[in-house]
Write a protein that binds this ligand. Structure first.
Ligand code: SF4
Ligand code: SF4
Length: 250
């Protein structure tokens, strides 16, 4: 007679689910690294006295992936690869904030909430779309600085280029080389995908369209309205993982 699996009571009780969780669209090594980082996160959550409910809430909302992704990104920047050392990025250079393709990128509920809170007080003011019709609404149309810099999501923190002219060409629909995402962003996406699979049946792990959240905030929508309108279909996370891994050759 087989015994029923024990219902999770503590953060570390999620480890058996984690061990089986997949990051669809990502390579095996990225998937495995995400599982390892999340197992360490569960240990840390328990050491810090977080309840199972608090831990699941952090994971589902994207805070766990944010912590792990930020740590990975910081570690990479402490010993920057050549692309980072040669980055052409400067204040006011904002061709990467022209969202010609897609919806500005996939963000978590935690990122959407922070971005919305940063932009809501600016509702009704001119926004990035007054500079370029496809620009991110978070952009200042005069200075071309991000008006939500401290609240910008991981996708914005992870994008860079060694050639601003290539960014200009790409913003107009071209395919110039020189720009891309830091490798740490793959870990971020893989972590989110593993979390979603591990929490199946326990909690939803939604993702959102960044540009739609920003537009809703500057147009005076409530957070609830913006989250509802910007929510992705479930398949978008897997597609985003696959596209990011393919672009990075990972
Ligand atoms: S990614 Fe490109 S457009 Fe964006 S700041 Fe860097 S060089 Fe400028
Ligand atoms: S949130 Fe800020 S950095 Fe990100 S695309 Fe919008 S304006 Fe650019």
């Amino acid at each position: 007679m087989s015994s029923k699996p024990r219902a999770p009571k503590r953060p570390s009780d999620l480890k058996p689910r984690l061990a089986k969780a997949r990051a669809r669209g990502m390579s095996g090594p990225l998937e495995e690294r995400a599982r390892r980082m999340l197992a360490a996160y569960l240990d840390m959550a328990e050491q810090h006295g977080l309840s199972l409910r608090e831990t699941v809430s952090e994971m589902a909302g994207g805070q766990a992936a944010w912590r792990l992704g930020s740590a990975t990104r910081d570690a990479m920047l402490a010993n920057p690869p050549e692309a980072v050392r040669n980055a052409a990025c400067t204040a006011g250079c904002a061709f990467c904030c022209i969202l010609t393709e897609g919806d500005g990128g996939l963000i978590t509920e935690a990122e959407a909430t922070r971005l919305h809170a940063a932009l809501s007080p600016l509702a009704g003011q001119p926004d990035g779309r007054d500079w370029h019709r496809a620009a991110c609404p978070a952009l200042d149309p005069d200075t071309r600085a991000c008006r939500a810099y401290e609240a910008r999501p991981m996708i914005c923190r992870s994008f860079l280029s060694t050639d601003a002219e290539a960014c200009r060409v790409n913003a107009e629909g071209g395919t110039a080389e020189g720009s891309g995402l830091l490798g740490s962003h793959l870990d971020y996406l893989a972590t989110l995908a593993v979390v979603r699979d591990a929490l199946k049946g326990i909690a939803q792990v939604p993702s959102y369209a960044m540009a739609r959240i920003a537009a809703g905030a500057v147009e005076g929508e409530t957070l609830e309205e913006s989250l509802k309108a910007a929510r992705h279909a479930p398949k978008v996370l897997e597609e985003t993982c696959r596209d990011a891994a393919r672009a990075a050759g990972a």
